[in-house]
Write a protein that binds this ligand. Structure first.
Ligand code: CA
Length: 231
């Protein structure tokens, strides 16, 4: 059976070279151009190895690797544009099995892939990645309608809870005030901006009471809010 390899690379010409080389060498490459799409694919399982470009449009390859590593031991190779982009030690600490600097020869790439798969053993199929993402330091208990931050349960109003729940479950994603109003509030309020801003403000106060030195909610000027994906 041909082993499936997920290639996460936003540059079509490079992605094409890689997928062509892999396919020629007997693998079944699957290409995607963003971290978000990659997580959806990985959630479906069936891949033997992932190749991750460090410079992706929506997320850094390092963060993506960290996210994948949280729940999956799937073999991982970093692609980097410059040799100084990656500190080998840092990359390997993140759980990468290897890294390849562009430009590279297709033969070099497939040789590395083969070597890593040989080392990994098994039937060449890693279990699906758990894509149930939650922002760092938060814990959600949806049945109990509770969110903990650094192990401390937060005392939240109904809409603070719903707002924080939405952000925490979608770390790194930026939401406009209108989007948050749509997704969090049951009935739209007259003043969208003020309602959302007020709730963000009280949420920040409650989070600061737990950790005065951290501010996990990020304000994106003119765009909206997000919650930090990792520490
Ligand atoms: Ca890139």
């Amino acid at each position: 059976m041909r082993k499936k390899i997920l290639v996460i690379e936003d540059e079509p010409s490079i992605a094409e070279n890689i997928t062509y080389a892999l396919a020629t060498d007997g693998f079944e490459p699957v290409w995607c151009g963003t971290g978000q799409e990659a997580m959806v694919r990985l959630g479906g399982g069936g891949f033997a190895l992932v190749i991750v470009d460090i410079g992706l449009p929506d997320v850094s390859g390092f963060d993506l690797a960290r996210e994948i590593r949280r729940t999956s031991p799937i073999p991982l190779i970093f692609l980097t544009a410059r040799s100084d982009e990656i500190d080998r030690v840092a990359g390997l600490e993140l759980g990468a099995d290897d890294y390849i600097t562009k430009p590279f020869s297709p033969r070099e790439l497939t040789a590395r892939v083969r070597a890593i798969l040989r080392r990994a053993g098994g039937n060449g199929e890693a279990p699906p990645v758990d894509t149930n993402r939650v922002a760092a330091h938060f814990r959600i208990d949806e049945d109990g309608r509770k969110i903990s931050y650094h192990g401390v349960p937060l005392d939240l109003t109904r809409y603070e809870y719903r707002l924080l729940l939405h952000l925490v479950k979608n770390p790194g994603r930026v939401y406009s005030r209108e989007q948050l109003m749509d997704r969090v509030w049951e009935e739209p309020e007259m003043s969208v901006d003020r309602t959302v801003d007020t709730h963000v403000k009280t949420l920040r106060q409650k989070l600061r009471a737990v950790r005065p030195d951290e501010d996990p909610i990020v304000t994106h000027r003119g765009e909206g809010y997000s919650i930090k994906a990792s520490r």
